[in-house]
Design a protein around this ligand. Structure first.
Ligand code: C2O
Ligand code: CU
Ligand code: CU
Length: 528
């Protein structure tokens, strides 16, 4: 492993030259990013006693990796070293900035040493995992530059695709958008026996895809925010880049056999909503969501995948002739309900999630031979444990949350913005209870709402007749379990959550990273 490489050249340049933190020298950058000094240097936490089944070190550091053809790009990235555990725990991605795939099994005790070699504070959040607050990577437990923090937890979630990313938030706002954009994010798979019995396509037939979008300038330098007006727009819309990357690379061609594949897709973009479909119009077969397997497979014309969401797809090329090329595409759509007249900046305002008005290919699958043997059909029943989860009834408490806009200050939840580790009276829940949270989107922007520490069910979705809903609704998968739910303009979405095992503070927020960084985030507290 190389040691800390300070970013000497201009890193993550801004277009137009106005003030973006990326251009500040490291000391300034640090002072602009105080992470609540009182709570710094939080001690190691979580499970203190071993034995641990898996132990690894995760490094966050500046590096240089190829993204586009030509010059390599300066990035911040995760790398990892396995100290103890099964050989397949880590799949490295040496020529991509995307963090290593971490593969865990339900029931494992895991310990991770997080080393911060960045020029600013960071945290590592295990997105979607049911872990205690102190190991959840919350902004109140920053890891200062040069520091290491050790966390331990029991893997207690359903088999599925999760992920990990930074979650720092200082006096001047969040750094989730910037740090993730710089390259700090990686996929995490949890496996269990139940899933293994299902014999889904694995090995070469399992493709893990991290979807992100980026902008570049000069010699392939990543650029994040643009000039003053642009950055105001970014605050409103969230960042969207022109280059749609998969696992840190432009769209590629992959040879496949005439058999079945499992595509496990993470939307790791800051703000882009994907509308995923097959280029030949075949239906998209969904077998799982962010919280693991569905009860039964579902077919959709396309799937809507909001930031932080994951989708688990099954596809067979058994009937495709040798030489056939099938593309996974993202279709143009307009997720915001901003009126066209209101788009005073035209394209720059970027109300649409399109890079063009044509579908954009993300991956081309080229069938390289005829079917050898019959493809194992997808089981009709994928899982049966969802039935036993607590369900809400007529007596379940409904907690309303209104998503609104604060003029020039981003978005708010029940008129509040992020205030650090403090909760209002209506943000306290009781351990062991089930509640319904109702999110009403009173803005013209879509908001993917994420709740930390648990997986929830989507109970209902109403009033979706806005333009965005007409364009995206047929692809929204609400069945199964989720940690992030897309709430379109005008919609009322109810989710059922059960607070078990852990007391303390957790976050809930919009996972449009620019919304989150600009205050659309709060803590809630689980009390005894
Ligand atoms: Cu991936 Cu607080 O989130
Ligand atoms: Cu999370
Ligand atoms: Cu939002």
């Amino acid at each position: 492993m190389r040691d800390f490489i300070p970013a000497r050249r201009t890193f993550l340049k801004s277009v137009g030259g106005a003030a973006t933190f990326a251009l500040l020298p490291a000391p300034l950058l640090l002072s602009g990013c105080q992470q609540g000094a009182a709570e710094t240097d939080a001690k190691d936490s979580g499970l203190d006693e071993g034995p641990f089944d898996v132990e690894l070190t995760l490094f966050a550091r500046p590096d240089v990796t190829p993204i586009l053809p030509g010059a390599a790009s300066e990035v911040w990235r995760y790398t990892a070293r396995l100290i103890k555990g099964p050989d397949d725990t880590l799949t490295h991605s040496d020529d991509s900035y995307v963090g290593p795939l971490i593969r865990l099994r339900r029931g494992q005790h895991v310990r991770v040493h997080i080393e911060n070699h960045l020029p600013e504070a960071t945290t590592v959040h295990w997105h979607g995992l049911h872990v205690p607050p102190e190991v959840d990577g919350q902004p109140r437990f920053p890891i200062q530059p040069g520091a290491t923090r050790t966390v331990g937890f029991l893997v207690d979630d359903r088999a599925g695709l999760y992920w990990y990313h930074p979650h720092p938030h200082g006096e001047d706002g969040g750094r989730v958008g910037f740090q993730s954009y710089a390259g700090l994010a990686g996929p995490l798979i949890i496996e269990d026996d139940h899933e293994r019995e299902r014999n889904f396509p694995n090995g070469n037939q399992e493709l893990v895809m991290v979807l992100q979008d980026r902008n570049f300038a000069g010699e392939n330098e990543l650029t994040y925010l643009s000039d003053g007006m642009g950055s105001m727009m970014t605050r409103m819309q969230g960042f969207k880049g022109d280059h749609l990357l998969v696992n840190g690379k432009p769209a590629a061609v992959k040879e496949v056999s005439a058999t079945a594949y499992r595509l496990r897709i993470l939307n790791g973009a800051n703000a882009r909503i994907y509308k995923l479909a097959w280029s030949d119009g075949r239906p998209v077969t969904v077998i799982g969501t962010g919280g693991g397997l569905l009860e039964t497979p579902e077919e959709r014309p396309y799937v809507t995948l909001a930031p932080a969401q994951r989708i688990d797809l099954w596809v067979s090329f058994q009937d495709d002739p040798k030489g056939a090329e099938i593309q996974l595409i993202t279709e143009p759509h307009r997720a915001s309900d901003m009126m066209d007249g209101g788009m005073m900046m035209g394209g720059m305002m970027g109300g649409s999630d399109n890079t063009s008005d044509k579908p954009t290919p993300l991956l081309t699958l080229a069938v390289n031979g005829a079917a050898q043997k019959a493809v194992r059909p997808l089981p009709g029943r994928l899982s049966s444990d969802l039935d036993s989860l607590p369900r809400p009834d007529d007596t379940t408490k409904i907690r309303p949350f209104r998503l609104s806009m604060k003029m020039m200050r981003g978005f708010a939840i029940n008129d509040r913005q992020f205030e650090g580790a403090t909760v209002a009276d209506d943000e306290v829940v009781s351990l062991g209870t089930t509640e319904i949270w109702e999110f009403f989107n009173d803005t013209m922007m879509p908001h993917p709402i994420h709740v930390h520490g648990l997986q929830f069910m989507v109970v209902s979705r109403r009033n979706a007749n806005a333009r965005s809903a007409r364009q995206l609704k047929a692809g929204i998968v609400d069945s199964g379990l989720h940690d992030t739910v897309l709430v379109l303009p005008g919609e009322r979405v109810q989710i059922a959550l059960t607070f078990k095992d852990f007391k303390g503070l957790y976050l809930y927020h919009c996972h449009n990273m620019e919304h989150e960084d600009n205050g659309m985030m709060r803590y809630y507290e689980v009390r005894k």
